[in-house]
Design a binder for this molecule. Structure first.
Ligand code: DX5
Ligand code: ZN
Length: 230
């Protein structure tokens, strides 16, 4: 398992974006996570297409778009045109989730489905054939800096089993309050971790130091379980 760390760009200092992205890439970021909010699906606004255009000019690694919006169908083409590697839509948002995910794939973009803490895994069974990544929300979406919701641990483990039962090759990503402890706890289940204030944007710690701590957690989990997580 080649675990990927994905910094959440709503946590960066946009007044020094170029330096931030360079430092995050040097620290080992695999993909940038870009949170898009409409103030309706979630009670907040975050980044937008102009921010992605700026990131696209500066980044040398891929970036995704996490659409926390009520009508994702209206935006798929826009974010595909902006070069997003993955587009995450929330399972709770579109009327026709299978059609929405199919549309993302038709644009040559990986189809991601995000599920809120209160949403059962059962909502995924009929769309696994058109899903590339499941984004397990471990906070209620809309804000960085919230506490981790513990049921995400058992849910992620059940999801891993469910994907195996359905012979799905979909990856699992965890999003929200991901700390070094959570990286170790879910090292064998998650392929990607979205990193915000709990794991990467930490007071008096460089990105290199924070990422090193996270990698050490993967290695500790590997040593304890005997499986490769890095
Ligand atoms: C929340 C976003 C997350 C968030 C992660 O709605 O989807 O990506 O920015 O930040 P932390 O790790 O601080 O929760
Ligand atoms: Zn997110």
């Amino acid at each position: 398992m080649n675990t990927q760390f994905c910094p959440s760009l709503m946590c960066v200092d946009f007044s020094r974006l170029a330096q931030e992205l360079t430092e995050l890439e040097s620290a080992g970021a695999a993909m940038f996570h870009i949170d898009i909010m409409d103030g309706h699906f979630v009670p907040n606004l975050a980044l937008g297409p102009e921010d992605i255009k700026a990131v696209a000019k500066l980044a040398t690694i891929p970036y995704d778009a996490h659409l926390m919006v009520s009508n994702p169908d209206a935006y798929i083409d826009k974010f595909a045109d902006l070069g997003c590697r993955i587009i995450y839509v929330h399972a709770e948002a579109p009327t026709h989730l299978h059609r929405t995910l199919t549309h993302i794939r038709q644009r040559g973009v990986q189809a991601g489905v995000a599920i809120n803490p209160g949403t059962p895994l059962g909502c995924l069974t009929e769309v696994l054939d058109v899903v590339d990544v499941v984004l397990v929300m471990s906070v209620n979406p809309g804000f960085a800096g919230q506490p981790f919701i513990a049921n995400a641990i058992g849910k992620t483990r059940r999801l891993r089993k469910m994907l195996a039962e359905h012979s799905s090759k979909a990856k699992i990503a965890i999003d929200g309050a991901v700390s070094p402890e959570i990286v170790k706890t879910l090292a064998m289940e998650a392929d990607m971790f979205v990193l915000g204030t709990a794991g990467l944007f930490r007071n008096n710690m460089s990105y290199v130091q924070a990422m090193q701590i996270l990698r050490e957690q993967l290695l500790e989990a590997q040593a304890e379980t005997g499986h490769c997580a890095v």
